[in-house]
Design a protein around this ligand. Structure first.
Ligand code: SF4
Length: 132
């Protein structure tokens, strides 16, 4: 005789980062069902659902700059990137080399790692001037 399937419950406490209020959320997950309490608005429920099922982060780092006033270019993703691929992202960015000049907001990598997200420069870096 087959025993009935027991679904385990998970509890998580989260801080909503969807706005500066920073509400504390209590999430309870049982199977595919996620119930959320504690937010001041409905965005908290969406935040908790996303954080539990598909956590993402805006990635910031630097990449190599060639021929510029600085040797590293600060960059960020245009949208939150899947958290479970953060290591792949950081490894990939070590291979990226950019030539000066670069302007703040320029796209440095389109569709990074096939995730449909771009990487942009967060600073303008001009060409290095030759010494007089
Ligand atoms: S639940 Fe609503 S009010 Fe609270 S931090 Fe999230 S977005 Fe802001």
């Amino acid at each position: 005789m087959k025993s009935p399937e027991i679904q385990s419950r998970e509890y998580r406490q989260l801080i909503c980062t969807a706005c500066p209020m920073g509400c504390t959320l209590e999430a309870e997950k049982e199977g595919d069902l996620i119930q959320v309490k504690g937010g001041r608005c409905q965005r908290g429920g969406k935040y908790a659902q996303d954080e539990i099922t598909n956590p993402r982060r805006v990635m910031t780092t630097t990449c190599v700059m060639e021929g510029g006033e600085l040797r590293r270019l600060p960059i960020r993703t245009t949208q939150p990137f899947p958290k479970n691929r953060m290591d792949d992202f950081m490894t990939f960015m070590t291979t990226v080399r950019v030539s000066a000049p670069v302007f703040c907001g320029d796209i440095i990598v389109s569709n990074v790692l096939g995730e449909g997200i771009d990487v942009i420069a967060t600073r303008t870096i001009r060409k290095k001037q030759p010494a007089p």
